[in-house]
Ligand binder design. Structure first.
Ligand SMILES: C=C(O[C@H]1C=CC=C(C(=O)O)[C@@H]1O)C(=O)O
Length: 370
């Protein structure tokens, strides 16, 4: 059976019109949002509705795909046999040396106490011979716990990814977010991974920072326990955080969270300055955020259990669900640019940080090959 959602996405590509296809973590439903014109819409005060894709640099405006048409379709068996050859990877010694010296520089600045933590990153280029939609299908099949997406705008290009990190989810005026940091390779013989001091400290810094920026701006703030969470072939440390925010305060909430120290650092301004000055490339949408902004959700509530006819009424709540854009890539005429990074603290070692970014790049590399 030909899938309507993929046919529609292909038509949008052919007509150079914006769209996004995505599958939320653990859901068996594909969603598509299609825009009828090719205008590059942006988000101003976060009261807009649509699918947002925001860059790392929070001084630049997020883009918005207008939901002129929204389609949902259950996930089916797709034919994924069309892959031709393995990607050729351009990794070389110079890239490794360059990244390790960036890490050394970051450690130096941390030792001078100008920064407590900074996330440094790099890009990696790979030639691929498969289409964006095919890569997206493989992401969906491979990563059940991630938000998988393919996003296209004729004035920006194609982005794809499978991210494990929530920036913020809101329903009405309640929100949940998470502090995610610390990485180790998944080993199927280990059920509960043990964490070293460096990782525990690195992740705690993120939790403390989020708690601090949300204190005073939100109510009923709850910080969960540190737990291990799996993202493909990796483990991360995570703490769930929840609370309530002011009505009309969504923009303020998002702006206080983004970019979190899981992708930028502490203090935020110094870390961002360090990144912009030293990384020597533009992160664009990597470590930005993406997802549904101000969607409507119908909620049924029982108000009188004795009287069945009047037992339920429906209220409509506004819902937002944004993810941090990690484990992602940009696709341009067969050239895939992958983006990977890691958090640097006092205990970091350049060689290990390089290996960590190599492991992170496997999330995407795995679906680019047979
Ligand atoms: C910056 C990335 O990951 C972040 C999220 C989880 C764990 C991280 C870490 O262990 O360094 C990073 O903070 C990336 O995947 O490119």
């Amino acid at each position: 059976m030909v899938s309507f959602i993929f046919e529609k996405a292909q038509n949008q590509f052919n007509q150079q019109l914006p769209f996004v296809l995505y599958r939320k973590p653990k859901e068996q439903l594909l969603k598509g949002i299609f825009q009828r014109d090719d205008l590059l819409h942006t988000v101003g005060d976060f009261t807009e509705k649509g699918f947002v894709l925001a860059p790392f640099d929070d001084t630049e405006k997020p883009t918005l795909i207008k939901p002129d048409e929204m389609v949902k379709e259950p996930i089916e068996e797709w034919n994924l046999n069309a892959v031709t050859k393995n990607p050729s990877i351009s990794n070389n010694e110079e890239e490794k040396k360059g990244f390790e010296s960036l890490v050394e520089k970051a450690i130096e600045v941390i030792r001078k106490k100008e920064l407590e933590k900074v996330v440094v990153s790099r890009k990696k280029e790979v030639q691929v011979a498969i289409s964006a939609i095919h890569i997206f299908k493989k992401l969906v099949y491979t990563y059940n716990n991630a938000l998988c997406y393919v996003w296209y705008h004729p004035k920006v290009g194609v982005w794809l990814g499978a991210t494990p990190e929530i920036l913020v989810k809101t329903v009405g005026t309640s929100f949940t977010t998470m502090s995610l940091a610390g990485t180790q390779v998944f080993d199927e013989n280990i059920v509960n991974p043990e964490w070293g001091k460096k990782e525990l400290h690195e992740q705690q810094l993120v939790t403390d920072y989020i708690e601090q920026v949300l204190q005073g701006k939100t109510k009923a703030l709850k910080i969960g326990d540190q737990e291990s969470t799996r993202a493909g072939k990796l483990w991360h440390l995570r703490t769930k955080i929840s609370g309530n925010f002011e009505r009309d305060g969504l923009g303020k909430l998002i702006r206080s969270l983004h970019p979190t120290p899981a992708v930028c650092g502490i203090p935020k301004k110094n870390a961002k300055d360090f990144i912009l000055k030293n990384e020597n490339y533009n992160r664009l949408f990597y470590t930005g955020f993406l997802g549904e902004l101000n969607f409507k959700q119908e909620q049924s509530r029982n108000i009188n259990l004795k009287n069945k006819e009047n037992s339920a009424y429906k209220s409509v709540l506004t819902r937002t669900e944004l993810y941090v854009n990690l484990r992602c890539m940009q696709l341009n005429k067969g050239l895939a640019t992958l983006y990977v990074g890691g958090g640097i603290t006092w205990g970091s070692e350049p060689q290990k940080e390089w290996e960590e970014t190599e492991n992170k790049s496997e999330t995407i590399l795995k679906v680019l090959s047979d």
